[in-house]
Every structure is written in C-alpha cells, then in structure tokens.
Unconditional design. Structure first.
Length: 201
C-alpha cells in the first residue's frame, strides 16, 4: 500500500511545518524516550487512555476541570507520538491510521463532555462528531484511491480551546461557534463525497 496521507492538499504545507516544529520542540524528550525504549504506539495508547479516563472521572466527580487537564495531556502526547515515530524510523501507514483514530477519540470524548457540561443541543453534537468522522474517512479513502482531497475541515484544536475557555470563564462560547463550524463542515463533506465518487468510477 502506498503511503497514506491523512490530510488534504490545503493542509499539506501546514502539516509539514508543524512536523518540523514538533521535531525541534520535542527533540530532548524524543531522545530520552528512545533511549528508554518507549515506542510511539505506547505514547498513542497512553494518550487514548488518558482522555477516556479524564472523561469518566470528570463525569463521576462532576468536575469539568479534571477533563480539561486530561484533554491537554492527551493533546500533548498525541503531538509527541508522530515526532517519536519519525525519529525512530517507525512512521508508517499503521501509525498514521492509529494517530487519526486517537485524534478522533479525543474529538468524540470532547463532544460527549460538551454534551454533559454545556447547553449545546444534542443534534449539533451528533452532527459535529459524525461530520468529523466522515472527514477522516474521506481523506483516508481518497489517499487509498491514489489521490488527495483539495480541502477539508477538522477544527479539533479550535473546539479544544473553545471548551477550555468556556469552562474557565463560564461564558457560553461553544454553542454558537460549534453551530457555525457544523454549518461549514456540511458542504465540505458533501463535496468530498462527490470527489471520492468520481475517483472511484
């Protein structure tokens, strides 16, 4: 199988710059983890466990700040596994797919968290989680078909910042902005499906 690209053409240059930035920032940690024999998949798995555990304990203890701590720990670890894989020469299709799945797990847990701790309508949350998954699927399938989607939208970091800001300021940012995000994602997902259909013919 050819190398799977889990990003669109519009994101390509930004992704490459992001990779270079993280490779430099995480270099000391990467060297230490490699010396200790820690593989990238362990970091990805730890990231997944942390976000799920944070959601569980924030719900059980009715404390949203537990989730916020877990969310950003998950985010940092998720950012670390890629540079670690590249440094160890283990960046492959399996790693790219695993990374996308862990990303989506973070989005899914955050969507559930928003439903538990904000007044955002359930239908908006369901649409957001579904559309985000469809964006990942579309990007992956287009890559398998020896092509690459031109555009896409996966506003994961934006949503993370929004919910953090809302919990810290007690002001309802998420409801309005997430509704706008969903409206922007709908036509992009439809266009992606049309492009994939044309590629598959």
């Amino acid at each position: 199988m050819k190398n799977v690209k889990t990003y669109t053409k519009a994101e390509e240059n930004l992704v490459k710059l992001n990779h270079k930035f993280k490779d430099v920032i995480f270099k000391p940690i990467i060297i230490a983890l490699t010396y200790l024999g820690v593989p990238p998949n362990f970091i990805a798995s730890l990231s997944a466990v942390i976000i799920v555990a944070a959601l569980y304990f924030s719900f059980i203890l009715s404390n949203p700040y537990i989730y916020l701590i877990g969310l950003w720990a998950h985010f940092v670890l998720d950012a670390l596994d890629g540079p670690l894989a590249r440094f160890q020469g283990k960046n492959n299709n399996q790693g790219a797919i695993t990374d996308s799945l862990v990303d989506y797990l973070g989005v899914l847990c955050t969507t559930i968290f928003i439903g538990l701790f904000t007044q955002t309508p359930v239908y908006v949350l369901l649409l957001f989680a579904t559309l985000y998954l469809m964006e990942i699927y579309n990007t992956f399938i287009s890559s398998i078909l020896n092509s690459q989607l031109q555009y896409g939208t996966r506003p994961r970091v934006l949503v993370y910042f929004l919910i953090t800001l809302e919990m810290l300021t007690n002001y309802a940012y998420t409801n309005t902005v997430l509704g706008i995000v969903v409206l922007l994602m709908i036509p992009m997902v439809i266009v992606s499906f049309i492009n994939i259909y044309k590629l598959a013919k």
